[in-house]
Design a protein around this ligand. Structure first.
Ligand SMILES: *[C@@H]1O[C@H](CO)[C@@H](O)[C@H](O)[C@H]1NC(C)=O
Length: 330
């Protein structure tokens, strides 16, 4: 008579344990969680955010674990033209080697920001050395921030925020990890939701390849505005990514302020151990938005509609338990 209730208790405890182990709450940090980027690789989640004067990476076995994960400063640089305003690092693997793409400039100004590249090793946690400032044809030497890299139809592309006039999204074909062979502007702020605040902005592009289609989620409007939000570009099937007319812009933001989280922007995509898609972005408690330290990191699931297009979750209250990626947990 004793074994039945004991088994029930044991089963219940086991189920509770599994449910708790695989869920997490947002945000992953309270302050200094700006411009987050995440990747899952070989049993670990890796998170990096804007460090301002350094680049650090945190790793853990679960998303919840990142709150107190193993943290490593992987980069600091006193070279005057790239010492400071170190923003938006991202870790990407090419042919078994990890690279970090990041933005940096000189002290006391945002006007000298350029995209730079570090070369790492076989895991995202290995040692990094300086590779180069991203180079290429006329215009690549100009102001640029928030770079990402992605493979689209077997070709490698560099996608970043450029400023030919308005702050826009540019995309270039890569001839090496540190060089672009040609590039074009694929999106500029033109719709009402992209032009709120101090000046119109498109920045922080992130790429997702899903179901044979390519999407870019990007930040729209000025960061010191509650309207700072995520917009979406969809590549027409089989179209050349280098042609601006190949990209269809969604008329409304796909993630915007809600539930006490303001200025939802600067996203990254990552896949869990079993391939499900997730989005990571920052938000602030300040109703007017924030451009500096007062931003925290949020993670949310990406689901798909019947046509295969993404459905983004809106920012949830910080008390909400979110079921984590399939296949993760201790
Ligand atoms: C954020 O990080 C920067 C660089 O380490 C530091 O100077 C600043 O005080 C931090 N801000 C907060 C609110 O922790």
């Amino acid at each position: 008579m004793l074994s039945f209730p004991l088994a029930l208790v044991a089963t219940t405890l086991f189920l509770i344990h599994v449910a708790v182990a695989e869920s997490f709450t947002n945000p992953l940090n309270r302050v200094n969680g700006s411009d987050p980027f995440m990747v899952y690789s070989k049993g670990n989640y890796y998170l990096t955010v804007t460090g301002w004067d350094h680049i650090a990476i945190t790793r853990a076995k679960t998303i919840e674990g990142l709150k107190k994960g193993e943290r490593k400063v992987v980069w600091r640089d006193s070279t005057p033209n790239r010492c400071c305003e170190v923003w938006a690092p991202e870790m990407h693997e090419f042919d078994g080697v990890w690279w970090i793409y990041y933005t940096a400039g000189s002290k006391g100004t945002f006007g000298n920001q350029r995209p730079h590249v570090l070369k790492g090793g076989a895991t995202p946690f290995d040692k990094y050395t300086y590779a180069a400032q991203m180079s290429g044809p006329q215009g690549m030497q100009n102001w640029g921030i928030d770079a990402t890299v992605a493979t689209i139809a077997k070709k490698r592309y560099f996608i970043w925020s450029c400023k030919p006039d308005l702050q826009s999204v540019c995309l270039g074909e890569m001839s090496s990890p540190t060089r672009v062979s040609s590039f074009t502007r694929i999106s500029k702020p033109e719709l009402p939701f992209e032009k709120k605040g101090e000046f119109p902005v498109n920045e922080g592009p992130a790429v997702m390849n899903h179901g044979g289609k390519t999407y870019i989620a990007y930040s729209a409007s000025h960061c010191a505005s509650p309207a700072y939000s995520l917009g979406l570009l969809t590549l027409k099937n089989g179209a050349n990514p280098l042609k601006p007319e190949s990209w269809i812009k969604s008329p409304q933001p796909v993630v915007k302020s809600g539930n006490g989280n303001y200025g939802t922007g600067h996203n990254g995509f990552f896949q869990g151990p079993e391939g499900d898609w997730w989005n990571v972005y920052h938000a602030t408690k300040k109703p007017g938005g924030d451009c500096r330290f007062d931003r925290y990191t949020m993670v949310s699931a990406v689901k798909f509609d019947a046509k295969g297009d993404p459905i983004f979750d809106q920012p949830q209250p910080s008390s909400k338990q979110i079921e984590g990626p399939k296949g993760s947990g201790p």
